[in-house]
Design a protein around this ligand. Structure first.
Ligand code: SAH
Length: 256
């Protein structure tokens, strides 16, 4: 049984079913008011946000502190906070209105282990939250070679960085090798998540969504990879650089 299957089983035990159902509805309401996600319908939110977020649940410690960098509408952070009530979550995003929406949702759900914070990861990683979290997780924020520098400075030495990646995972992994080394990160897990429509269908039946088979097939056909790095030493001086410098260092090399 893969970890994803295990996570699904955990999910299906439905101790948290009601919270997930409410999260789906609150996210649908927020998505109707502001642009937090391309997935706006209830079935899409249940599948692309809630279930997808469950795929990294087995990486989340059941105590300590976790940061979700670029949480957007609260994913994967809100889902993980529901699954790990004893762990403190900081849901970080650079956009104020998204942070306020996440804060409202967390309050409506009664999640006392969530703090929504507006700020830029590379700035917090230089000062306030440098070498602080047990784990930093992130989905759909930047290519790994950039994301590593946004996230790893926030992780304490001995902690972990978990990146949720899509079909370009192998390329991104290769391109990020040097910066990962510089930041003292050692690869611990690189796994492809495989899931089947039937499992997703049964999971979704517990949620308030009437998802059609085509949506679920499309979700299952997407490539997804979980990459986990262990941080072996404190962040070296001079890192993280400013976002302009990080971007410049990672500019795609032009083929002349
Ligand atoms: N993780 C969410 C949102 C992805 S969209 C999901 O998977 O659904 C990317 C988000 O990252 C945006 O909301 C953007 O504001 C935020 N972001 C981008 N760069 C950032 C940075 N340097 N620090 C903090 N947030 C950042």
């Amino acid at each position: 049984m893969t970890e994803f299957w295990q996570a699904f089983c955990e999910f299906l035990s439905l101790e948290w079913g009601d919270l997930f159902a409410r999260l789906a509805i609150l996210t649908e309401e927020t998505a109707a008011q502001m642009n937090i996600t391309a997935h706006k319908t209830l079935p899409e939110i249940c599948v692309y946000h809630i279930l997808d977020s469950v795929s990294v649940a087995d990486q989340i410690p059941d105590q300590g502190c976790v940061c979700d960098v670029g949480t957007g509408g609260g994913f994967p952070g809100l889902v993980l906070a529901i699954l790990r009530p004893e762990t403190e979550f900081t849901l970080l995003d650079a956009t104020e209105k998204k942070v306020r929406a996440v804060e409202r949702t967390a309050q409506d759900l009664g999640l006392t282990n969530v703090r929504a914070l507006c700020g830029r990861a590379e700035e917090l990683g230089s000062r306030a939250f440098r070498d602080r979290f047990d784990l930093v997780v992130s989905r759909a924020v930047a290519p790994l070679e950039i994301l590593a520098e946004l996230c790893l400075p926030l992780v304490k030495s001995g902690g972990a960085f978990c990146a949720m990646k899509g079909r370009r995972a192998a390329e991104e992994r290769a391109a990020a090798k040097k910066i990962l080394q510089t930041l003292g990160a050692k690869e611990r897990i690189c796994r492809r998540e495989v899931l089947q429509s039937s499992a997703v269908l049964s999971a979704i039946s517990a949620l308030p969504a009437d998802a059609d088979r085509a949506l679920i097939d499309a979700f299952c056909a997407m490539e997804r990879h979980t990459l986990v790095y262990q941080k072996t030493r404190p962040t070296p001086q001079g890192y993280p650089r400013s976002f302009a410098k990080i971007k410049q260092a990672n500019r795609p090399k032009r083929e002349e």
